[in-house]
Design a binder for this molecule. Structure first.
Ligand code: URA
Length: 433
């Protein structure tokens, strides 16, 4: 087999065989295919696309390029939730303990934040002492004992994706449905879950800016998961505004704890309840409607928060912070961002809000950057709210006062204010099953 022929075939719009796709991914993994040929094939795929059979083959080859987890020692149904990434998205911290409180297992491997999006592992590390690295034995034991564990991706999952993504990033080929689906699902399928709920974000804070594109991506990923024998559902959720009011690591953990306490923001609570309902329902706990009521009950009776606290204790975190969130360490400085206009907040650029939080020190530009856990933003007004000149739009938190100017500028220019009240947008647009 020659890479030249594979590139030419796809360039001319032909279908690649399973063997050709495997040859390509094996070559990317072992370094035998030069970057220029990998990039050329990515560009050919970008223009010519792939059918579902080719996309599944590509996904499975990516999944098989590295280690795969074996969760067979975990008793019971294993369910996971994967978000395509957004701003203020701390849903994992809420949905995992709710689901686990009903005996469904959540063995979660999460990532770190990059650019405007946050990552669950960074958020958990904002809890003093929290250990995101467990051995396989510790991880499986904890899931069996208390129902869930959340750890970082310390293993070599899907190494082909790492190389492919780095090349796609610099050759303008990220934005291709089969390449995105294979990248996300190749990593997801390396874990050994029975059911997966995908939270596909759409709008200004996500990498899929239109509902149509998000739906198409969701359908493709659901089909791939089903082909791999998983029970799958995808929800298309709104990322045209940050989720909840908190952006930044410890601020988001506090908001997640408040939500588990039944005092969370309406939008964030709603998305968490919907995701949880689908996770529990896929795991055979009842209809989506019944499972939603169960999820509400777990918040109301305190069992979800108790489960979260158990997980924090098991992973070495300081549970005094969960009992009293005022004990989280605070940023040294705060700054109030005030409106210079009067009217309704009609639209926000969510990505810019994420970048403002990054500018305050809450995120990273490269994977090597250090994070300031106490930095971030608490929004005081969101899309649809009325605001007067001088009213506070947000409070900024940082340990370096010089960071406020850039963040404030970003935030103000990302907030559009008009006389007319905007139409309410749904939080969950649709489900893809
Ligand atoms: N996230 C991924 O993991 N891969 C992509 O290709 C795009 C987003």
């Amino acid at each position: 087999m020659r890479m030249f022929d594979i590139i030419k075939k796809k360039r001319d719009g032909e279908e690649l065989s399973t063997e050709e796709i495997k040859y390509f991914i094996d070559g990317v993994t072992n370094g035998s295919i030069p970057d220029y040929q990998t990039s050329a094939l990515c560009m050919a795929i970008y223009f010519r696309g792939m059918n579902i059979r080719e996309t599944c083959d590509l996904t499975f080859a990516v999944r098989d390029s590295g280690e795969r987890l074996d969760f067979s020692a975990i008793d019971g149904i294993r369910v996971d939730k994967h978000s395509t990434g957004g701003v203020g998205d701390k849903t994992s911290l809420v949905v995992a303990p709710i689901v686990a409180s009903f005996g469904v297992k959540v063995a979660k491997m999460s990532g770190r934040g990059l650019s405007h999006t946050g990552g669950t592992i960074d958020k958990l590390e904002a809890i003093d002492g929290f250990n995101t690295t467990l051995s396989d034995e510790e991880f499986i034991k904890q899931v069996n004992d208390i129902g869930f564990a959340i750890v970082g991706q310390s293993r070599q999952f899907a190494p082909a994706d790492k190389k492919l993504y780095a090349l796609r990033d610099v050759t303008a080929t990220v934005d291709s449905m089969p390449l995105i689906a294979a990248s996300i699902m190749g990593k997801k399928l390396a874990a050994d879950d029975d059911c997966i709920v995908l939270d596909v974000k759409t709008g200004s804070g996500s990498f899929m800016k239109s509902i149509e594109k998000s739906k198409a991506l969701a359908q493709l990923m659901v089909d791939i998961g089903k082909n791999a024998g998983k029970k799958m559902v995808a929800l298309i959720t709104n990322m045209d505004r940050p989720l909840g009011y908190a952006i930044g690591n410890s601020l988001e953990v506090i908001e997640a704890i408040e939500t588990l306490n039944g005092q969370g923001p309406e939008d964030f609570t709603e998305v968490c309840l919907t995701l949880t309902a689908y996770m529990l329902s896929l795991a055979g706990k009842g209809s989506v409607k019944e499972c939603r009521e169960m999820a509400k009950r777990a918040i109301f009776d305190g069992s979800a928060l108790a489960k979260f606290k158990e997980m924090v204790a098991a992973q070495g975190g300081n549970t005094a912070l969960i009992d009293d969130t005022a004990k989280f360490s605070k940023a040294k400085y705060t700054h109030s961002v005030k409106s210079v206009m009067r009217g309704y907040i009609c639209k926000v650029d969510t990505e810019a809000y994420g970048l403002a939080s990054l500018a305050l020190g809450a995120g990273r530009n490269t994977m090597e950057d250090k994070i300031d856990y106490s930095a971030g933003i608490i929004l005081k007004r969101k899309t649809g709210d009325f605001i007067n000149v001088g009213d506070e739009i947000a409070t900024l938190y940082a340990n370096d006062e010089s960071k406020f100017a850039v963040a404030e500028k970003l935030l103000l220019s990302a907030t559009q204010i008009h006389e007319k009240k905007p139409q309410d947008e749904p939080l969950v647009y649709c489900t893809v099953e």
